[in-house]
Write a protein that binds this ligand. Sequence first.
Ligand SMILES: C[S@@+](CC[C@H](N)C(=O)[O-])C[C@H]1O[C@@H](n2cnc3c(N)ncnc32)[C@H](O)[C@@H]1O
Length: 325
Amino acid sequence: MIPGSRCRRAQPGQADHDSRDREAGDTGRRPGPTSPSGSSGTKLEVGLTSARRADSAAPRRRTSPAAARPDRHRLYEQAVQCPEADVQFFHRVYRERNHRRPLLLREDFCGTAAIAAEWVRQDPQARALGVDLHAPTLRWGLEHNLAPLGPAAARVRLIEGDVRQVRRPAADVIAALNFSYFVFPTRAQLRSYFRSVRRSLTPGGLFVLDIFGGWEAQALTTETRRRGGFTYIWEQVSFDPLSHRVRFHIHFRLRGGRELRRAFTYDWRFWTIPEVRELLHEAGFGSAEVYWEGTERGTGKGNGVFRRIRKASSCPGWIAYIVAA
Ligand SMILES: C[S@@+](CC[C@H](N)C(=O)[O-])C[C@H]1O[C@@H](n2cnc3c(N)ncnc32)[C@H](O)[C@@H]1O
């Protein structure tokens, strides 16, 4: 199954391992399955000014869309992300608990910082912090998601670094979406990340994660989904029942049949809801509640509406948010 349907958002997100980077010998930047500790955590701020410069100075190539080099980040965002729905959800759960609106969001594993950008776009007083290990992806986000915001972009700060090393400023909401925390393969590593998140929240602050599962999520299958003008291909290459280690690829098929193979590759540990909740509690969170997606009448597919539940029925594929406070 293709996991996920939040806002018709289909799948786990951007690569924890960019296969092309890896082929180019760039192995040190991101945490792999055996070395998730990643970088030393050096915070290397990425300046907005450089993005603006790049935006205005970049020579405009006159290529037809068909001839243009496909942009895997753009395709990824169109295929799997829906920042509006995520931001709406954060506001809803925060207001339910705190009766005020949250102001500072930290987007962990932010990649192109699409959610951070949406956060400040929706509220002229809001600020956001995005954290990711991968500088080229952050730079792409600066150019394509932040620069177009104009002056509002000044309310977003991006940090190139390990999510476990960033503590300040404390945030009202910290989000780790598209299952990015699956990059941590052991209980000790995941708990240590959760603990560092807990210490980085303001009083009343929330940590929002997402998770997917179901028996179809363990099947070695390739599934395709049409998006405007291209096909998104999700390939599950391996699943080890002993370790729950999994490997997925995302490919894109473009108009005219051209394919962008292995645009993104993930080597993850497939965590379950009880494991994640237990680790959140062990990391000091007082509650970790599950918001389960409703089902569309007729089709039986997810409807993008998430409600807090205490018990769920068995189902072949599902997606949920976990909100820890
Ligand atoms: C699945 S993508 C998430 C993209 C985006 N947030 C989304 O919702 O689709 C995972 C990102 O996490 C980054 N990453 C992996 N391990 C990290 C770590 N320890 N600290 C910071 N970023 C990390 C990768 O560079 C990659 O951009």
